[in-house]
Write a protein that binds this ligand. Structure first.
Ligand code: 5AD
Ligand code: SF4
Length: 474
């Protein structure tokens, strides 16, 4: 029995890419191990978005090298954004690495390993175009997914934007959409295997499909895809990310709101709350335009909740600009925000043209401050949920308390309630009794399969939450 040790850094797309590769290894008979010393191959899926993510990989490679010194048969592979970005440096600084697979060419890992083991020497595949024989999303092993009832599905890879701080267009290249029929078939296979909720992934899902129809600027292809997927029997919930503020139209929001299986949650990264700062970031919208997009969402998607990303300490960020960001977080009332300290990335526009001039301690304190603003606002909003009934899809036993189960509500909030493993994969209605900034606790009011038919559509605490009758039809 051969063993693969696999570690993954970075975004949801990396989580899925890791699943795809692990699926190939499992199909070939490999077992997964979480002990590097027992592995035949150590494979690391890497992220380049911030420097820290790359530093972690270098230190992991150092550990792997020590094991390889004792056991030279161990093979070491690096895949993903860092493999794409620093291929030469990787080989120079880490000559013990046998396999380097970029962001478009990682599905050949099993085959490449066989070639290396039969004496073929190091393999480096970093072409920007995928090898047609090993397309990134082909022939997914659906049984290899980590969650029984939820799955990610990539719909578009890469990004056509040029936000000045961002390395992604360099590491993942321009947008490449998967044809709708192919996505649909993958979702069908997942649903046939027990999945009830899918999350479609893309760096910018708004322009999904435009590269497939270059002759016409078709802005609604994402909505067509969602409508098609919502026709799949057995699929209950559809989510997607990322919805950037640019390339979004009111009509798209209207269509999102009209598809009942599309959950009322949008991830709309703002990055900053000041126009000059947004301009330096090359985000191509103003704070006011951001407000307009959020306004469309709240107008057309009943009960919608918004989450967001922010960068603090970007080049030249003044105290006044940062105050603007804090004000936007207070004003919008995000369900959750992710805050990142600006990290200068080689090759980006900001690295070439703008100094990384906000001191580290200022970045740190702004990060803490912005999170505190967000947590306070989230806690206040969540307190308003006490006594409300929410529909959750139960994922399984809670990691922190084995007398509880954990699920997500329609807005994607984490909810805990009393229960046991047999409830996994079912919907439940939970009445909220206690809240924190990042999760809710409730008591179970009804469980799917204990009532005749399930037609609950009570939304959470979103801005338009007046809608949605809170009833369970038996
Ligand atoms: N430094 C810090 N954060 C970054 N992000 C992207 N590039 C950088 C960078 N150079 C953040 C953005 C993006 C999220 C995925 O990561 O907020 O939305
Ligand atoms: Fe990076 Fe901007 Fe593209 Fe997002 S939209 S991946 S932040 S370049």
């Amino acid at each position: 029995m051969k063993r693969v040790y696999f570690t993954s850094f970075g975004c949801q797309m990396n989580v899925l890419d890791s699943e795809l590769v692990l699926g190939d290894f499992k199909r070939t008979g490999y077992q997964q191990t979480d002990d590097m010393r027992l592995a035949d191959i150590v494979l690391i899926n890497t992220c380049s978005i911030r420097e820290l993510a790359e530093e972690k990989v270098w230190s992991l490679l150092g550990r792997a090298r020590l094991i390889k010194q004792e056991r030279p048969a161990l093979k070491i592979g690096v895949m993903g954004c860092m493999a794409q970005r620093v291929k030469e440096e990787l080989i120079r600084r880490a000559p013990h690495v046998d396999l380097v697979l970029g962001t478009s060419n990682f599905r050949s890992a099993v085959q490449d390993l066989e070639d290396i083991e039969s004496g073929g020497g190091r393999v480096v595949r970093v072409a920007k175009r995928p090898d047609p024989e090993f397309l990134p999303d082909a022939d997914r092993n659906v049984a290899a997914r980590p969650d029984a009832f939820r799955a990610f599905v990539t719909i578009v890879r890469g990004c056509n934007h040029s936000c000045s701080y961002c390395i992604v267009p360099h590491t993942r290249g321009g947008e490449v959409s998967r044809p709708q029929a192919e996505v649909w078939a993958e979702v069908e296979r997942l649903v046939a295997d027990g999945v009830r909720e899918v999350t479609f992934l893309g760096q910018n899902i708004n322009t999904y499909g435009q590269d497939l129809h270059p002759q016409r600027l078709h802005t609604g292809a994402i909505c067509d895809l969602l409508e098609a997927a919502s026709g799949i029997e057995g699929l209950d919930r559809i989510r997607f990310l990322t919805s950037n503020p640019f390339d979004m139209t009111e009509d798209m929001m209207r269509r999102f709101g009209s598809i009942p299986k599309v959950m009322p949650w949008l991830h709309i990264p703002a990055q900053a709350g000041n126009d000059a700062l947004l301009a330096r970031m090359q985000r191509t919208y103003t704070v006011d335009e951001y407000r307009t997009v959020v306004g469309w969402a709240r107008k057309h998607i009943p009960g919608v909740e918004i989450t967001s990303d922010f960068i603090v300490g970007f080049s030249g960020e003044t105290e006044e600009e940062f105050e603007g960001t804090k004000a936007l977080v207070r004003e919008i009332g995000f369900m959750q925000t992710y805050v990142f300290k600006y990290s200068l990335r080689p090759m980006t526009i900001s690295a070439r043209r703008m100094p990384d001039d906000v001191p580290e301690d200022v970045k740190k304190s702004r990060n803490v401050e912005l999170l505190a603003v967000q947590d306070e606002a989230a806690l206040t909003r969540n307190r308003g949920l006490v006594g409300r009934r929410l529909e959750i899809l139960i994922e399984g036993i809670s990691k922190s308390d084995d007398r509880r189960v954990t699920g997500r509500d329609m807005n994607n909030r984490l909810v805990h309630c009393e229960g046991d493993a047999a409830m996994a994969g079912r919907m439940a209605i939970v009445e909220i009794t206690d809240v924190a900034a990042h999760s809710l606790i409730g008591k179970r009011v009804a469980l799917e399969s204990e009532v005749g038919s399930w037609s609950y559509r009570g939304y959470g605490g979103g801005a338009a939450s007046a809608c949605g009758a809170e009833t369970v039809s038996a």
